[in-house]
Design a protein around this ligand. Sequence first.
Ligand SMILES: Cc1cc2nc3c(=O)[nH]c(=O)nc-3n(C[C@H](O)[C@H](O)[C@H](O)COP(=O)(O)OP(=O)(O)OC[C@H]3O[C@@H](n4cnc5c(N)ncnc54)[C@H](O)[C@@H]3O)c2cc1C
Length: 565
Amino acid sequence: MEKRSNKRKLDQISNQEEEKGTVPVKQENSKKVKKNPEESQQTPKTEEPSNNKMQRIILWFRNDLRLHDNAILNYAVTKVAKNKQIIPVFCFDPRFYGRKVQKYDTLKTGLVRQRFMIETVQNFRERLEKVGSKLLVSMDKPEIFLPTLIDKSCDNTIVYQDEICSEELTVEKLVKEKCKKAEIKSFWGSSCYHLDDLGFHPNDLPHIYGKFREKTEGVKVRPLFGQPKQDQLPFIEKPSKDILEAAEFMPTLKDFGFSKEEVEKPRDKRACYEFIGGEEQATKRLTEYIFETKSVGNYALVRNNLIGANYSSKLSPWLACGALSPRYIYFQVKEFEKKHRTNESTKVFLDELFWRDFYRFWCMKYGSKVFSSYGIYNREYYDWTTDKETVKKWKEGNTGMPIIDALMREMNVTGFMPNRGRMIVACYLTMDLKQDWREGAYHFEEKLIDHDVQSNYGGWNFSAGIGPGRVLVFNSVKQSKDHDKNGDYIKMWVPELKKVPVEYIHEPWTMPKDLQKGCKTVIGEDYPYPINCSKYTNKVAHTIEKQAKKSKRAEEKLKQTKLTK
Ligand SMILES: Cc1cc2nc3c(=O)[nH]c(=O)nc-3n(C[C@H](O)[C@H](O)[C@H](O)COP(=O)(O)OP(=O)(O)OC[C@H]3O[C@@H](n4cnc5c(N)ncnc54)[C@H](O)[C@@H]3O)c2cc1C
């Protein structure tokens, strides 16, 4: 391996797998629930091999970048062997990092999440080093990099945590194909409930979340795995030069194609929280949210607010990449309930955590259908269109609907958007502007710091009226008045509207012309007219818009004639 040879060239990445769901539904659903899951035991029963051969265990980490409560680390620690070598690996797979999706004109991973991921991997490496291990990092595809670690003189095992959706399953399949000389083991580990404990096959998952909760009422969350201790993860005694290089390699944002200007831009001070990647920051935030500020005890009262650090936990970015275990959160909340109080808030908070579980099992059940345009029920009556100009305005936060613009701008800049906001903007794009929901979902995938394929595509299916449960149709103006009464959130993210009086902040296009001039916010000049959507724009606004367009055209004509003269 040449120095940093694991760094690929960005322009070599193929865009073949443009659309999700290239794996047929059946194949995804064929992920069997293990009947007698030796591999899924809390403490895996690993037999001592009959020979004295070195046991090489390659731990392929993906969305499980933590030492605490980690199923594959637990396997490595509890594996009984006379001689064993544990090799932890993380690949910045070019299919997920540094790749553009041409069809939706989005990146698979935008700048904010990419930065967070580098911090996460760096912190994970440091934590592994503290217990005497190392982390190999590569920018190659796993099916290219992992085979280079197979040593013929050893018994090799490749271990990973199960994933659910098509793109991830395709990679698993390729790894299996290319690593035939190694044994492959996988473990469930990304939800609170263990797949094997549900008591039913994911294909029998109830249609709606409430019924899922009823059906799983008696299911116990399994206890946590312990953290590996010093020397429980013995590395290779005399590693090769290549392996040592990979154990030091860490890509930079530039390696993923981001410009110097983008990389050096400071974090935005308006961000609701300073998200820094890694397990250490994750557990710090968890303690702060649950025990120091005791905010979990007020969750139900404030969770729909839009401003501040503690209206919700902000744990999702660490959960998404597995720097934080959902079971650890669950048990910490239970601890809080024991010490302080059990109330509606702690219950609602845990319920949200189980929504995350629900979407995982839901994606298992429906496979690639969750990425299809009319969803799992083929609701073709929605008749989405794609008007790139409209989608662009929505993406950039220039729709002329203040609450939508504020929410989109917060996400574009910081990577975070409140849950209420996600529902509002998704409903606006699909129900009001009637645009293909996938334009929105792919944009979220690029921008969100907490992007999680199951929660994102599940959330979009739900909001677009093609997913589980009732179809919720929001009125954006009402939502704006309900959740941002004084327009503080709007004014924070849409500074053009700073001087607009509160009574007009939610519908600035209804402001009388004189007032628009008075507060230096002329609609159509300083801030756009709302996209023509009959639900919100009243006749007055349309007339003003038409007149403005007419007079603009007249002005331009006049200029033209002057020029030609
Ligand atoms: C269109 C749309 C897209 C979404 N995309 C994502 C995504 O990519 N990644 C993601 O983690 N969440 C997503 N969500 C769910 C939800 O918005 C976020 O989990 C939540 O806003 C994260 O903030 P928090 O950690 O402060 O959540 P809290 O309100 O503090 O909740 C605690 C945890 O519960 C889970 N949770 C809460 N609400 C939901 C929910 N509705 N669905 C699933 N899990 C939930 C999250 O893991 C969250 O961290 C999406 C929702 C919608 C409507």
